[in-house]
Design a protein around this ligand. Structure first.
Ligand code: ZN
Length: 58
């Protein structure tokens, strides 16, 4: 099971959330932060809010 098979969920303070692989949630959260909040989140900041999701719950 490679890292891309691990699902994560990232939730923003505004209520927005995204679920996907680590690469996907990092890209989506960075894009969301820039577009909606005009803030660039670092990888560490994003991953600090990420929680693992069981695939059957996605
Ligand atoms: Zn937000």
């Amino acid at each position: 099971m490679g890292p891309d098979l691990r699902l994560l969920r990232v939730r923003c303070a505004c209520g927005w959330e995204t679920t996907g692989s680590e690469r996907d949630v990092l890209a989506a959260a960075e894009e969301h932060g820039l577009r909606v909040h005009n803030m660039r989140a670092t990888r560490d900041e994003i991953m600090a809010t990420a929680v693992p999701v069981r695939r059957e719950q996605a």
